[in-house]
Design a binder for this molecule. Structure first.
Ligand code: NDP
Length: 433
């Protein structure tokens, strides 16, 4: 059986095919034929754990969810990758995320294998107590399969420092061990500074290298109009860093709709982003803010939409930062038509295969200065797991690095990710005809 004959796993198949076709179109298998077998080996998880999570809601009713951990590959270190709590979670989605994680983690240069996990539990509409009881029940089973040298989960969609805290407490209680078994912990109990910011900041650091390289050092984020999707952890910190570097943030969104600037001038302000962050802690929708006078005078809210085709005026940079397959082929064309030259995924597999085909075809038809640059999540959003790796190192050594030290290491890792990708492309890529 190969990874491609599993029709019941569409997201995993998509991720596998995206990688396999890129490698087939390169000179890698000619230069290193042994990697063809290696690809077959790496596309089957070392272990998949699936379990029942039974918890009690506030009415005293028993609720049941599915829990998963995909321990995909431990060649480079303990399995490492987030936990996603979202009603859409299934094995296909976690296998795609775990598969991508292997290569992303390798690119950081740190000793981390690849894994991913989560549950079809929906945190929306739940009380804090219900979320705590769910996390405790989830960790009661998961704790048998993880450990600082075995498998180190972190957050992802629906899992913030709060959920990590509930789970860390339960792990300690059952295993009677304080160890760096989860990353994304709170700062006062073993978390690393900059971990909450790391994925969003990292995407922006990576994109800044892309912009500078493409323009021979002449341009940066300064003056750029940046469309961002999502309004969670990754989107919030990407937006704040864009503004810090002199760019304008012209959109954000959530699962219910998009919020875009009404005119061609201006930007979300840090205060507006912080207001959105505050309602997201309460698991609310941005539509609630969009209807307030402060927001409705400046922004247009489009229910059920993504930002890409709803922006007024030019787009220079797009940072998809919500979820998988959030840029379609048509939306990719609309981004290019709006002038977008840089697309970097904060989300995992943010672009559909059709969108990637549009970006690549455009790049081949427009070489040189007119070329657009597309960075897949495997490289562009590696900052989160990179700082998770740094959190593991600090936990093992029982030390805490300063904010500046962690941020500088993150910057160095994102620069290495960009340069490594570029030099590998020069060595192995063949233009598609
Ligand atoms: P959050 O849960 O903090 O935020 C997710 C955001 O995406 C929310 O705005 C959410 O809207 C929106 N969203 C979720 N599902 C959908 C959907 N089906 N359609 C449209 N919008 C949706 O998650 P993160 O910010 O942590 O993660 C965002 C992306 O970044 C994911 O793809 C994740 O895998 C990836 N990533 C995250 C890392 C991290 O460190 N957190 C590291 C690397 C990648 P709503 O609030 O309405 O639910």
């Amino acid at each position: 059986m190969t990874a491609t004959n599993l029709p019941s796993e569409p997201e995993f198949e998509q991720a596998y095919k995206e990688l396999a076709s890129t490698l087939e179109n390169s000179t890698l298998f000619q230069k290193k034929p042994e990697y063809r077998k290696a690809l077959q080996v790496v596309s089957v998880p070392e272990r998949v754990i699936q379990f029942r999570v039974v918890w009690e809601d506030d009415k005293g009713q028993v609720q049941i969810n599915r829990g998963f951990r995909v321990q995909f590959n431990s060649a480079l270190g303990p399995y490492k990758g987030g936990l996603r709590f979202h009603p859409s979670v299934n094995l296909s989605i976690l296998k795609f995320l775990g598969f991508e994680q292997i290569f992303k983690n390798a690119l950081t240069g740190l000793n981390m294998g690849g894994g991913k996990g989560g549950s079809d539990f929906d945190p929306k509409g739940k009380s804090d107590n219900e979320i705590r009881r769910f996390c405790v029940a989830f960790m009661t089973e998961l704790c048998k399969h993880i450990g600082a040298d075995t498998d180190v989960p972190a957050g992802d969609i629906g899992v913030t420092g709060r959920e990590v805290g509930y789970m860390f407490g339960q792990y300690k209680k059952i295993r009677n061990q304080w160890e760096g078994v989860l990353t994304g912990k709170g700062g006062s109990w073993g978390g690393s500074l900059i971990r909450p910011e790391a994925t969003g900041y990292g995407v922006v650091y990576y994109t800044e290298h892309m912009i500078k390289h493409a323009t021979g050092g002449k341009e940066s984020f300064a003056g750029k109009r940046v469309a961002i999707s999502g309004s969670g952890n990754v989107a919030q910190y990407a937006a704040l860093k864009v503004i810090e570097l002199g760019g304008s943030v012209i959109s954000l969104s959530d699962s219910q709709g998009a919020l875009v600037l009404k005119g061609e001038e201006g930007s979300f302000t840090p205060e507006e982003i912080n207001a959105i962050a505050a309602i997201k802690v309460e698991r609310k929708q941005i539509s609630e803010l969009a209807n307030t006078s402060a927001f409705s005078s400046k922004f247009k809210y489009i229910p059920g939409a993504r930002p890409w085709t709803n922006i007024v005026g030019r787009i220079d940079v797009a940072l998809p930062s919500a979820t998988q397959n959030e840029v379609s082929g048509e939306e990719a064309k609309a981004l290019i038509a709006a002038g977008c030259k840089f697309i970097a995924e904060g989300s995992n597999m943010g672009s559909t295969q059709e969108a990637i085909d549009v970006f690549e075809a455009h790049r081949e038809a427009n070489p040189g200065a007119a070329a657009i640059w597309y960075a897949p999540g495997k490289a562009a959003n590696a900052g989160g797991v990179a700082v998770s790796g740094l959190e593991m190192a600090q936990n093992s050594a029982r030390v805490n690095w300063t904010q500046e030290e962690v941020d500088n290491r993150l910057k160095g890792i994102m620069e290495d990710c960009f340069k490594n990708g570029l030099s590998t492309a020069k060595e192995y890529a063949t233009p598609r005809r």
